[in-house]
Design a protein around this ligand. Structure first.
Ligand SMILES: [Zn+2]
Length: 297
């Protein structure tokens, strides 16, 4: 294999090696969830705030204010709703966002939520050279540890981008889980070049994310196409099927996206729907990862 080969010129060994680099291993779906629960519900919020414009070098106050809304208004609103339903969640935070909002980080910890890694400044890790990606990840882990008092145990890569080196860095950091990949609905073990890693994947999907449904780009062709109550309907269907299969219902949201008045309706309706069912285990991503590793040794 040479570096300048086109994909159609690759020999079998080459395309197999690309696919095998990071792959789904055994399914980690336990026979039942804690307390005999039939479904696990793991809600997550990526508290990106100002790092969304900052990651692109955009420093205009207009864009930054949209991020600021996430911390000032969205996050407290999310916390109040979670408290009302008694639901724990995982908050993935770029280190720069955490440094800008240390009081917000403390409010997550005080309410018993998990704070996980989400890059340094929401950098695109596939654009970085491996040494930079590693250094930023180490620095982000140290920063979150300092702010929360606990070493993070999980990572969601910014924008779910995954470089050829991301998994090695995750392993070096001793993280228990990643939550950035999409090879299943339920947790699974990550393989690196065919070898089990012991790292749990808590899979994500754009279907279970607020951004694609609710992002408005007023100058571009992209329009908000799905009313929040319809988004709640999609997520309720995802939950119902997870319950039927005895699996995991995982959801990704963003305080600056879901945290608006009309959109919190979607999350409230979802929580009311879930709450009406028996056999639900609400857990942080870290608790899900810990439990599946215990149950599927
Ligand atoms: Zn993010």
């Amino acid at each position: 294999m040479t570096a300048d080969q086109q994909p159609w010129q690759w020999d079998e060994q080459t395309w197999r090696a690309h696919v095998a680099r990071v792959r789904a291993g055994r399914l980690l779906r336990p026979a039942s969830w804690p307390g005999g629960a039939r479904v696990a519900v793991a809600l997550s919020f990526d508290a990106d705030h100002e790092t969304i414009p900052l990651r692109h070098g955009e420093t205009g106050p207009g864009k930054l204010a949209q991020g600021e809304y996430g911390s000032r208004v969205g996050a407290p609103r999310v916390l109040r709703l979670l408290e009302r339903f008694g639901v724990p969640a995982s908050f993935f935070m770029p280190a720069v966002s955490a440094l800008l909002h240390p009081e917000e980080v403390r409010s997550y910890v005080a309410a018993g939520h998990e704070v996980g890694m989400h890059g340094w400044i929401h950098e695109g890790n596939t654009l970085l050279d491996p040494a930079d990606e590693r250094e930023l990840a180490l620095r982000a882990a140290d920063t979150l540890e300092k702010l929360t008092g606990t070493r993070p145990v999980g990572i969601r890569t910014p924008a779910w981008e995954f470089s050829h080196h991301t998994l090695a860095i995750t392993r070096e950091l001793g993280l228990r889980y990643d939550s950035s990949l999409m090879a299943d609905d339920d947790p699974y073990e990550l393989l690196a070049d065919g070898e089990p890693t012991g790292v749990v994947e808590i899979p994500v999907e754009w279907i279970r994310d607020d951004v694609p449904y609710l992002t408005i780009e007023h100058r571009g062709g992209l329009r908000w196409s799905t009313p929040p109550r319809q988004v709640a309907g999609v997520w309720c269907d995802e939950f119902d099927a997870a319950l039927e299969e005895g699996g995991l219902f995982q959801l990704t949201m963003h305080p600056h996206v879901i945290g608006h008045r009309s959109r919190m309706v979607a999350l409230r309706e979802l929580l009311e729907h879930i709450d009406a069912h028996e056999g639900v285990w609400y857990a942080t991503h870290a608790q899900v990862a810990e439990y599946v590793l215990e149950q599927c040794p």
